[in-house]
Design a protein around this ligand. Sequence first.
Ligand code: MG
Length: 355
Amino acid sequence: MRTKLFEPGTCALIALVFAALSPVVCAAQQRLNPLMHDRTEPQPRVVVPPAPSTQEQVGRPPSDAVVLFDGRDLSRWVSMDGSPARWKVQDGYMECVPGAGSIRTLQNFGDCQLHIEWATPPTPKGTGQGRGNSGVFFGMDRYEVQVLDSYQNSTYADGSAGAIYGQYPPMVNASLPPGQWQTYDIVYIAPRFDSKGNLVSPAFITVFHNGVLVQYHAPLTGPTSWLERKPYEPHPEKLPISLQDHGDPIRYRNIWVRELGPPTRKELTLPRALLDTYAGVYERGRNDTIEIARHGDQLVATLAKVRFPLFAESETKFFAKTVDLEIEFIKDAQGKVDRLVYSVGEGASTCHKIK
Ligand code: MG
């Protein structure tokens, strides 16, 4: 009998091979200590585990989680372009307003464990992909775990609830009836690229749907998409998580995320319009400048002819990852950006904007 490439058993085998070959994937996992029963090995960090939700009541997140939505407001969410999110919040949940657009987290996440609860409309409308469609995306809209009313609703398998859209159907259909709260617990391992932009290891996704394993460490072929398997394009390891507006009023509640691996600096994806206010030329000395330009969602600084992609830590503070370079932008009394303060490893200098 011929083995199909995308059968669950084969997927798990592929995943194990990738995991074994890929040292970066292990960054989020336990490291094997060659010395067994080592008395000097650090103790695992204490985390108070989550209390599970019921249909009526929302559970508690674990003690080390970043809470993305606690039922009150959308302060941690924005529209995809960084403008305020236009979904509605009521009775402890948020609801997609069809046509308002997808929303994303302001904060970026790489390897992570995400808990999210969702409900499709109690009275189903439409069929197939047209019934209760939304999605949980990682990597700024690139990698989708499908949200769909898949309760007695037939559609193509790799587009049903728990699917990695267009790539891997869920192993089983663990859907509850429409209107009921359902859970996803997802482990996302971001893809890695080398300095030339070549793929070093793919994205991996594991999903529990209502506590049932439906995806196990599935290696993504690239961004998820309708009709085509898109190739990977290099992108930063940490990017926003997003929720899809697919035209249906899907509800979400109790959303929290745990970052995996060693602690890293907080990163945000700021609105492009804000980044544009920082772009320009700043005078560092006689005939010497720092140039700030925007490339997509990121600022790039050119200092002494060396280019540094910058990562936002707050609305005004940025840092580089290859050198301990920090830049803070400062506004004048009229609210216009007129200078920056930068430091490399030590000290701090002010540079005024000249262009
Ligand atoms: Mg979808």
